[in-house]
Design a protein around this ligand. Structure first.
Ligand code: PMP
Length: 388
């Protein structure tokens, strides 16, 4: 494990610095009143269970509600034994590392990919191979070439993807690519880890493409999602849907980590689903995020020089900005924070292998509209200084 240099730098972020660095939801999206009421009701009606130790797999009522919730987006699971409740999906990523990775095994990810997934997997010593993406998501033809090359050399344990509103790029994988990915995974017999924190708050035009898990006829997809973006991350609640066998292994691993996820929070989440709070909250979150994304896109269009490009996400919380190649965004961060009062996450650490240095991740969900506009203006000044 190693401490992140970025975290060290972000310590300089004070009140006068506008930060696009975090990955936090807009706090106005939290259903605070409902959580207050539900917590009271849960404690009045069933404190004996809600404050007691519980089963490692999770609270049965929550699993039932989640099965219905996933059913609405076409995900069918094999009963409650094929679902486990985790401490956020972050815990699920760590358990995946424990269960599947032996030192030297191959793991394939999108490139760039979610930094904390790389951190979770790396503890178990895999060889991680990143596959480039375009605006339709992971380049499946390159994945296939890679699988062909390495399948003689060693075991490929899984392909990890964030198909909707990817972190850090904001890209959503097209339906055709999803189909192609499933076909290639089937041909080479590898598992797919589908990390889906943002699928339920897709705010692009039309419907979000189907989940890989909903398109999977072979039980090849291990599906991860979370309450962090549809309710509140402080609840620390995530879930995994997979075959019964895989979930049994998850339970075994989880027993020694933390016995089970917070019982009280699980009862609260079950009620959030049962009472329709989540369902009602989702359109509101989509609206907040769509508006903020549009603002950031507008500000980028107004302020950035022509040599800078960026993604236009239809889900997720991030825009991925590519500066001219001579700019090292890691080096620039110091100046951006101290001289211009703006922060972001340099792109370098999101890459499993290649060392691209001229991109950055910008979060648009947490800052206020005023901060978005002013922050992008400041960022454009920093970039202009470095271009010259
Ligand atoms: N996966 C991805 C792609 C994420 O963006 C996040 C949160 N930033 C997580 C997993 C972890 O979320 P949590 O543990 O809050 O469920």
């Amino acid at each position: 494990m190693k401490a992140s240099e970025i975290r060290e730098l972000l310590k300089w972020v004070t009140e006068n610095v506008i930060s696009f660095g975090g990955g936090m939801p807009d706090p106005s999206s939290f259903p605070i009143k409902d959580i207050m009421e539900i917590t009271r009701d849960v404690l009045l009606a069933r404190a004996d269970k809600a404050l007691q130790y519980g089963a490692t797999g999770g609270v049965a009522e929550l699993k039932e509600e989640l099965i219905k919730f996933m059913g609405k987006v076409g995900i069918k699971v094999d009963g409650p034994e094929s679902v486990i409740i985790t401490v956020g999906s972050q815990e699920a990523l760590d358990i995946i590392g424990r269960l599947f990775i032996n030192p030297g095994d191959y793991v394939i990810t999108e490139s760039p990919t979610y930094l904390a997934a790389l951190q979770a997997f790396r503890i178990y010593g895999p060889r991680i191979i990143g596959i480039p993406m375009d605006e339709e998501g992971l380049k499946v033809d390159i994945l296939e070439e890679t699988l062909k090359k390495i399948s003689d050399d060693g075991k490929v344990k899984f392909v990890y993807v964030i198909p909707t509103g990817q972190n850090p790029t904001g890209i959503t994988m097209s339906r055709e690519r999803r189909k192609a990915l499933l076909e290639v995974a089937s041909r080479y017999d590898v598992l797919i880890i589908e990390d889906d924190p943002y699928g339920y708050i897709y705010f692009g035009d039309g419907e979000s493409p189907d989940r890989l898990k909903a398109m999977d006829s072979e039980g090849r997809v291990i599906y991860l999602s979370t309450f962090s973006k549809i309710a509140a991350p402080g609840l620390r609640l995530g879930w995994v849907a997979a075959s019964r066998e895989v979930i049994r292994w998850f339970e075994l691993a989880k027993q020694s980590i933390d016995l089970h996820t917070s019982t009280l929070n699980q009862y609260i989440a079950a009620e959030l689903l049962k009472r329709g709070v989540i369902e009602r909250n989702i359109p509101r979150i989509k609206e907040i995020y769509r508006t903020k994304r549009d603002l950031m896109l507008q500000a980028l269009g107004e302020y950035m020089p022509d040599s800078v490009s960026w993604t236009k996400p239809s889900a997720g919380m991030f825009i991925w900005l590519t500066a001219p190649e001579n700019i090292d965004t890691g080096e620039m961060l110091n100046v951006a924070i101290r001289k211009y009062g703006v922060a972001y996450v340099p792109g370098k650490s999101f890459y499993p292998n290649e060392e691209r240095r001229n991109d950055m991740r910008l979060n648009f969900t947490y800052p206020t509209p005023q901060q978005i506009f002013e922050g992008i203006r400041r960022l454009s000044l920093a970039i202009r200084e470095y271009i010259q």
